[in-house]
Write a protein that binds this ligand. Structure first.
Ligand code: GLA
Length: 385
């Protein structure tokens, strides 16, 4: 989002706030969605991830209230949701409002003196496209609430609390990647996050300078992390770690060790996670050496591993990744939790040939055309007004 369109988005949310509440918001905050360059299903295995923030996200116009109530409205939803904070319990709010309510609950559970607020939420992220629209709602709410109540919480801690809200209010056992990306990314950089230690480092990511571009392909197939398949993968990884006698798969360095696991399914799951964590480290080395093009084969290998070993890819993603590469892309892979959502492709300059190749491949199968989104590495959450 350009500075001008961000200002327009902030003004739009503020205008709606005025219309609904007859008062000025105290401020407007935003939090971006994310793409993940590489490191898929490594976060909850205490491994590394390399996401970057998108130029799209969620805007929240907010004002504190003295009655300890959250009044949550969204330009994308029909009805407002009113939540008395005193009655909040894990799982007590359902539907889209569980994401912002979960953040308030987690902050209060952590002893932070956060009270009521009126929140007006607007988003330009497609839902279920694997671009972390949920984390963007959580993180925009989080930065708004801590600013309204002048609570001092580090961004890393805020990411942990937003994730806790999602885990316990929404009931999705997601890892820490999405919230960290939304809160900690810097423009022009990916974020290397060690999900065990919480250590972070910005890694320069400037595709245009290399004559390249990162292209997101929303495959149109929709996913929901709440459908149980994500939780199943997570449980399989825990069993695989136990079978290898380690705390988590992060503790294994050699993908060949996965063969020590008797159960062939668990062995494949482990091989993906262990090899993917290695690919993240290799990607960081390449980026630090200024060799962005060198990432192509890593993206290709990541997709094959997610498709064949972790088994979370879906037909539209396989076709898009293959066509992107056939159309001159350097490498492409499915992104996010899987079973639907988006593909990320590293492509030459204007991305025209890979786009055409993907569009033709979809048309040839009688599928609806995919949606293409540019993905310039952008800044993390902050205040707009
Ligand atoms: C979803 C989760 C993340 C992460 C990815 C897979 O986006 O929210 O925590 O596990 O899937 O890498």
């Amino acid at each position: 989002m350009s500075a001008a369109s961000r200002a327009a988005a902030a003004e739009r949310a503020a205008g709606r706030f005025r219309a609904w509440h007859g008062a000025e918001p105290e401020g407007v905050w935003h939090a971006p969605g994310r793409a993940n360059l590489i490191g898929e299903h490594t976060d909850y295995n205490e491994g590394r991830v390399l996401p970057f923030a998108l130029d799209r996200g969620v805007v929240v116009a907010a004002r504190g209230r003295g009655d300890d109530v959250l009044d949550i409205r969204s330009l994308q939803a029909d009805a407002p949701v009113t939540v008395p904070l005193a009655t909040l319990r894990a799982g007590s709010v359902t539907g889209w409002a569980a994401y912002p309510a979960g953040v308030a609950w987690a902050l209060r559970e952590a002893g932070q003196a956060v009270g009521g607020a009126s929140l007006v939420i607007d988003s330009d992220l497609p839902q279920g496209a694997g671009l972390s629209s949920s984390a963007a709602i959580e993180c925009a709410t989080a930065v708004a609430l801590v600013a309204l109540y002048q609570v001092s919480v580090s961004r890393l801690e805020l990411a942990r609390l937003a994730r806790r809200g999602e885990n316990e209010m929404v009931g999705v056992p997601s890892g820490i990647m999405d919230q960290s990306a939304s809160l900690l990314c810097e423009a022009g950089h990916a974020l290397l996050l060690d999900c065990r230690t919480g250590d972070t480092a910005p890694v320069r990511l400037d595709p245009a300078a290399a004559g390249l571009a990162l292209l997101l392909v929303d495959t149109g197939a929709r996913h929901a992390l709440t459908d149980g398949r994500y939780a199943l993968r997570r449980a399989e990884c825990e069993r695989a770690a136990r079978a290898l006698g380690v705390r988590s798969l992060r503790d294994v360095d050699d993908p060949a060790r996965a063969a020590e696991i008797g159960d062939p399914v668990l062995a494949r799951r482990a091989r993906h996670v262990i090899s993917e964590d290695r690919r993240v480290r290799a990607a960081v080395d390449l980026l630090n050496a200024g060799d962005l093009a060198g990432l192509g084969p890593l993206l290709h290998a990541s997709h094959a591993s997610l498709r064949d070993d972790f088994e979370v890819s879906w037909p539209e993603a396989d076709v898009a990744a293959e066509a992107a590469e056939a159309g001159g892309g350097l490498g492409a892979r499915m992104m996010g939790g899987g079973f639907g959502g988006s593909v990320i492709a590293l492509v030459p300059g204007d991305a025209e040939e890979p786009r055409e190749a993907i569009t033709a491949a979809y048309a040839g199968r009688g599928w609806a055309p995919p949606r293409f989104l540019p993905a310039p590495p952008s800044a993390g959450a902050g205040r707009l007004l």
